[in-house]
Ligand binder design. Structure first.
Ligand code: DAH
Length: 357
């Protein structure tokens, strides 16, 4: 092998052996750099006779070109391999669970709303909504609460600034206005629930200025109190996930229902822990009744022909009862430690088939 052939073979071997772009660059400098081996050979041309130069010149130049090409080819291969490696190592498996330190949780209020919706949807109810800022008419008047009615004092209403005509909008104090809006917007029969935010100027262990209720309204020509009782019993069993539940319907008074009942569920305390369903104690969970004829008329229906029931339930309250959460105010403090403790997995939505919680 001639001197040049040996040099070329050595260089080709080093190029093939270069395992990184940095190593390859070092090989290039050693071969083609100013003081490199190929450059060294080229310098020798000056001392050659013209005849020698005529054959050695093109041979050396060709060698230089071949080495440069081999380096380029190797560079491409290395770059491709580096990219492959990056793609392999940086892949994101979107089916993996979130990193625990970053995983968010579903707030108990959201969880309970979804549970309530799942249960009532299964019984054929649809979900209705209404605005948080209401007129006096929808929040009170249409619900048979005239201006001088004492029930207004109980509601600790947040009023907005008076309008030029003297009227004042309110932050809805309950979800009951959705009853009227639903009746106005559709023909009977009606079977809806309306979960959402409500507002009252009140704050202690069991009251926050913003809280949540779910309203229900069923209107047709035949629905009676037996349907109300059956529906509530089915709901309570499903929601509290118990086979049997003791319930008590206490006569009460709401302006928008006649007759009106408050509903209690049986419970007991065992070693400081609340057990729902059986026992000698009672927990009030909602207000209900047969929709007052005045309310049916305010909704635009004929009260001689249509009847039905309604109820309203505190979502935060049933969340506290079901999940043993002691202080309502903590619900809205956005404390991550509280959310990690009481929150629910973001990847399992409550369904009746797979279990609510
Ligand atoms: N709106 C009532 C409240 O906030 C709850 C309520 C009671 C709703 C009886 C109803 C009902 O629909 O029939 O205190």
């Amino acid at each position: 092998m001639s001197e040049l052939e040996t040099l070329e073979q050595d260089l080709i071997d080093s190029i093939a052996a270069a395992g990184s772009e940095t190593a390859l660059e070092a090989v290039r400098v050693l071969a083609l750099g100013k003081k490199g081996s190929v450059s060294g050979q080229l310098k020798k041309l000056g001392k050659m006779s013209p005849e020698e130069r005529q054959t050695a010149g093109p041979a050396l130049n060709n060698l230089k070109v071949r080495i440069a090409e081999a380096i380029e080819a190797r560079r491409d291969t290395l770059a491709e391999a580096a990219l492959e490696e990056r793609l392999r190592s940086e892949t994101v498996d979107v089916t993996l669970p979130a990193r625990p330190e970053q995983a968010g949780t579903i707030h108990p209020v959201t969880q309970v709303m979804e549970e309530v919706i799942a249960i009532f949807a299964d019984m054929g109810f649809s979900v209705a909504e209404g605005p948080h800022i209401e007129t006096d008419w929808y929040n009170f008047g249409a619900l048979n609460i005239p201006p001088e009615h004492p029930a207004r004092q109980d509601h600790d209403t947040f009023y907005l600034k008076e309008k030029p005509d003297g009227s004042r909008m309110v932050l809805r104090t309950h979800t009951s206005p959705v009853q009227i809006r639903t009746m106005e917007g559709q023909e009977p029969p009606i079977r809806i629930i309306a979960p959402g935010r409500t507002f009252r100027a009140d704050s202690d262990m069991t009251h926050t200025p913003m809280f949540h209720q779910v309203e229900a309204l069923v209107i047709d020509e035949t629905t009676h109190m037996g349907h109300l009782k059956g529906t509530l019993e089915a709901f309570c069993k499903a929601f509290f996930e118990v086979d049997d539940i003791k319930m008590r319907f206490r006569p009460s008074h709401f302006p928008f229902t006649e007759p009106s009942m408050e509903v209690d569920i049986g419970c007991s305390w065992e070693n400081g822990e609340l057990k729902i369903g059986q026992g000698d104690d009672w927990l009030e969970i909602l207000g209900s009744g047969m929709v007052h004829p005045n309310v049916i008329a305010a909704g635009g229906y004929d009260p001689e022909r249509y009847q039905g029931y309604a109820f309203g339930m505190g979502i935060d309250r049933i969340a506290m009862l079901k999940y043993g959460i002691p202080d309502l105010r903590a619900f809205f403090e956005a404390d991550l430690r509280w959310l990690r403790h009481y929150g629910f997995s973001a990847v399992s939505m409550p369904t009746l088939a797979e279990g609510l919680s």
